[in-house]
Design a protein around this ligand. Structure first.
Ligand SMILES: [Zn+2]
Length: 150
């Protein structure tokens, strides 16, 4: 999933429980969980070029999921959320929403076999599936509805 989809999905979810400003911060945190792709790229390829890292991820040349996206990372983050809940339950809930919505989207990600149409904006490759584009549109409509109601 692209950062925009992670952002919108988490924003919709978080906005049902938090004020809009807090929901935006939680949505940004959800996007930041994918920084592990870049850290992996830095460590493995010794190349600090973000555009190369992005394009490799879009083309499927890099490992799509790193430590934090697998069971050990899931257990570590869940353990952190558990202990943070004793200190501040609101912060724990915010981290939980950011992480679990991110993981949910990553694991339901549907990859069609057919070749995706690719476009390049400012050097960054984009090849979203039709499903992801439709999901983004639905999420924007839901946010628009929230803006009218809340
Ligand atoms: Zn991810």
């Amino acid at each position: 999933m692209y950062p925009l989809t992670h952002f919108l999905f988490t924003l919709v979810f978080a906005y049902t429980l938090f004020p809009f400003e807090s929901a935006v911060i939680i949505a940004v945190l959800s996007v930041l969980f994918d920084l592990d792709h870049f850290l992996y790229h830095l460590a493995k390829k010794k190349n600090p070029n973000f555009i190369v890292c992005w394009n490799n991820a879009v083309l499927g040349k890099e490992h799509e999921r790193t430590f934090i996206h697998h069971l050990p990372g899931f257990l570590v983050v869940s353990g952190l959320v558990f202990f943070i809940a004793f200190l501040n339950s609101t912060v724990a809930l915010a981290i939980a929403i950011a992480y679990y919505t991110h993981m949910f989207l990553d694991y339901i990600h549907f990859k069609p076999k057919e070749t995706k149409k690719k476009s390049k904006w400012f050097g960054l490759l984009f090849a979203p599936t039709l499903y992801e584009i439709l999901l983004d549109i639905i999420l924007v409509i839901i946010l628009f509805f929230f803006a009218l109601v809340i």
